[in-house]
Design a protein around this ligand. Sequence first.
Ligand code: HEM
Length: 413
Amino acid sequence: MSIGGWVTGRLGLDRLRAKYLGKPFPVHSTFFLGEIALFCFVVLVGTGMYLALFYEPSAASITGGAGPMPLAYASIVAIDATPFGALVRRMHHWAAQLMIASIVLHLMRIYFTASYKKPREVNWILGLVLLGATIGASFAGYLLPYDQFSVTATAIGYGIARSVPWVGPALADYGFAGAFPSPSSVPRFFAYHVVWAPLALSGLIALHLVILLKQKHTEPAAARAVRAPADAHLIEGVPLWPQQASLMAVLMLVVIAVTAVLSAFLPVHPSAFYGPPQPITPEVKPDWYLLWVYGALRLIPGGLSFRFLGATIGSEAIGAMLVPGILALAIVLVPWLDRGTSSLYYAESPTASPRRLAFGLAVVTLFLALSLAGFGAELGLGVPVLWVITLAAPLLVWWGSYLLAGGRRGAGA
Ligand code: HEM
């Protein structure tokens, strides 16, 4: 008996193989978005492990050629100067950007094909937690270069955390290891970024995929048209091993190649250009995926506040907590707000429900309009104009897409 056969027999791998390796996976380009997010995470872990060999998580001041600077900042500048250091650092940044972009597109694929319907509500919510955790992991990484940009951006986050009603100041000081920036902030954020976040993301992704294997994929909508009613229970796709695994290997290599090519030509977060932190803080804008929160803060008048159960809810809490909280709640509740068919085997066409299509496009437009508000000053648009755009654009898109999808003809499930 071969060694492989012996190991297979002893560990009962035959049964595992029969149960899982034959699982059919649909081959459809939009079904690869979740996998792209997964492979970006793999690139992040790989490049992060390399960076951790040279990075110094300390705000202690050292004297370099250009004068005193924090050790963390000096170590990042030194990484950038080594032969592959800048490439690996940029790949880490680009993989983070691509991971969030692919998660957002994956979410939109799930939404517009109604793949959140029974029994997939748990994976919908778990997916949203994954999106939040990925953005949280990215935010924890913001501080690590400890340059002028990072410290200013993290200070904005600290201010927002302090604005949480009732518990904000205590929560912010606990989470940021003292009044920010404190000497303990960098080691604390390093721990969040390299231990807590990867562990949480790995566990959540594993759970997400186990649930997916258990519940099986929705079938691509096109399969319904060509399938005889007697075969409705069949699942179309290629087996996990070896076909799907080969496709995944190719996709993984493509993700590595794309992040490497982007990193070779497009620098991201040039720390030496920003310089070490200074007493005067520059105007910084967050990355694209948080720009909408920044825009919401711009739209809320600075002095606006109201009292609620003994707490003062100020403009910062309204723009960065209340508005995102209401939007997040609406998205969480999507499987329960959709009162169409109660369970789903085939993915639906995006136009099958004009109401769902209109709601989804309106929410996407709202995020875009809020992000635009983040660039209001640069575009020469005043706050009143930005308010009109933020309210009118989603409503127009809602109305237009509802009508175009045939909503008035009574198809509006
Ligand atoms: C780190 C983030 C995420 C990773 C790595 C991930 C990974 C995956 C993968 C590999 C699949 C199977 C392939 C596919 O359908 O694209 C999948 C399916 C699914 N994901 Fe995600 N996902 C993430 C975030 C999300 C988010 C934000 C949502 C929604 C809020 C979500 C909801 C779902 C659902 C409902 C399915 C089943 C789809 C179906 O049966 O057609 N996931 N995910």
